[in-house]
Write a protein that binds this ligand. Structure first.
Ligand SMILES: [Fe+2]
Length: 224
């Protein structure tokens, strides 16, 4: 089945709504430091090995009605579907994500649908969503191994140098850009969790950190 439609929308939430969600998550959420594991290439021998990649605050989306009340109606209207969230967290990224999908994450037998990104402030940073996608795994290395298409630079070279200089040039030749999402307070990006995506290299551009609400949704109707 081909990927779900992508939504890249500005001014969905007011600054006050975003600040209130930020406050509420801080009061109910569980803080953790991400120093490996969930970042691609962060394993024992990976490039990010031993580094703090992010500080996260997790909360149980469907057990916090105060937060749901703010987020759910507008997201359901935008996505035109019922929202079932399997994982909700505030991401405070310290290092730029490398290329990965979000397919495998606590799916509890349901079909994964959307990754939703809601920046908590406005940053000179983008999320890059590629046309390439994969089912059943998150790891770009697996995609590369089974890739049979043409390997050549199809991303604007200026953009690649400016924003994607943390991605190895040998990896960029597998990819084409589907959409870029500028991190603005109140904006929402929703992409099919099967799409490969990554952050831009915000650290190289002088931004020490960036924060966003991240939701991983499931189909509320379909089960495996
Ligand atoms: Fe992701």
């Amino acid at each position: 089945m081909s990927p779900l439609p992508t939504f890249n929308a500005e001014n969905i939430f007011s600054s006050d709504e975003i600040d209130l969600v930020d406050q509420l998550v801080n009061s109910v959420g569980i803080h953790d430091v991400d120093d490996s594991g969930s970042y691609p290439d962060s394993g024992k021998h990976g490039r990010y090995s031993g580094k703090t990649t992010a500080n996260n605050i997790h909360w149980n989306y469907h057990r916090c009605p105060e937060i749901e009340k703010i987020l759910t109606p507008k997201l359901e209207q935008l996505l035109q579907r019922q929202l079932l969230v399997t994982d909700a967290h505030i991401l405070e990224a310290k290092l730029p994500y490398l290329v990965h999908t979000d397919f495998i994450h606590n799916n509890q037998g349901h079909v994964p649908e959307y990754t939703v990104i809601i920046p908590l402030d406005t940053y000179d940073s983008v999320t890059v969503c590629f046309n390439e996608w994969a089912e059943d795994y998150n790891d770009f290395e697996i995609f590369k191994q089974s890739y049979q298409g043409e390997k050549k630079l199809r991303i604007d070279p200026g953009f690649a140098v400016d924003r994607l200089n943390h991605i190895h040039p040998k990896d960029i030749v597998y990819l084409t850009v589907h959409d870029t999402f500028a991190w603005r307070k109140g904006s929402v990006f929703a992409m099919d969790r099967r799409y490969f995506h990554c952050s831009d290299n915000f650290v190289k551009r002088g931004l020490p950190t960036k924060r966003a609400i991240i939701l991983w949704t499931l189909s509320s109707s379909t089960k495996y």
